[in-house]
Ligand binder design. Structure first.
Ligand code: ZN
Ligand code: ZN
Length: 208
């Protein structure tokens, strides 16, 4: 048995005592120590980007150092498990995005009567029938209720009747009354246009 083992031991001894092998072993050791220290520095910088606390980055680096050049991968794994999930920059970005979203929601127009969200182009609140805007009788564009003159075409606007902007207690009655008013106005418009036409027709005939 010893006759077989002795040559093997001699071969290993001669291999390890070889100057090239020794040099390679030292190079590998230096490389591992370099990676170990680089990982400690990486943990320091990573902790700096994830917390505003000035002590935590040093603790992260010390954790990697304490795990020695042989076991430092376990220290790295432990640090990865313990570190905060998001960086300070990511947390700031999320806070800014949330704030912008809140502002956008607040900027959305609301019905003055029922406080529900309404679209900027709606004329009437679909929930409580509150009048939000009206159409310019001249250019048919949407105008605000408190405008005294149309911003689009410059036509003087008559303030809307107070009763029309208030939701009536009985929807049916309100609709009927509205229809009555609409009928009356239509008749008035028809009458006015007839008169206008009559004037126009009468005008040129009387001139010569
Ligand atoms: Zn409403
Ligand atoms: Zn107009």
């Amino acid at each position: 048995m010893s006759q077989i083992l002795t040559p093997i031991g001699d071969a290993i001894n001669s291999f390890l005592s070889d100057s090239h092998v020794q040099l390679l072993g030292r190079a590998i050791a230096v490389y591992i120590v370099f990676v170990w220290l680089a990982c400690a520095y990486w943990a320091f910088r990573d902790a700096q980007s994830r917390t505003a606390n000035p002590i935590v980055p040093y603790l992260a680096a010390i954790l990697i150092i304490l795990f020695t050049p042989v076991l430092f991968p376990f220290g790295l794994l432990l640090y990865r498990l313990l570190r905060p999930g998001e960086t300070v920059a990511e947390a700031n970005e999320r806070a800014i995005a949330e704030e912008a979203m809140l502002r956008e929601i607040e900027a959305q127009p609301h019905c003055a009567n029922c406080d529900r969200r309404v679209e900027a182009e709606w004329l009437v609140c679909p929930t409580c029938r509150n009048q939000l805007r009206r159409l310019c009788p001249s250019c048919s564009r949407r105008v605000e209720l408190d405008w005294s003159v149309c911003a689009w075409c410059g036509t003087d606007l008559v303030p809307p009747p107070v009763a029309a902007s208030r939701p009536s207690a009985s929807g049916r009655r309100g609709v009927r009354a509205g229809a009555g008013v609409a009928d009356a106005t239509q008749a008035a418009i028809a009458g006015g246009s007839l008169e206008f036409r009559a004037d126009q027709q009468a005008g040129p005939t009387t001139l010569p």
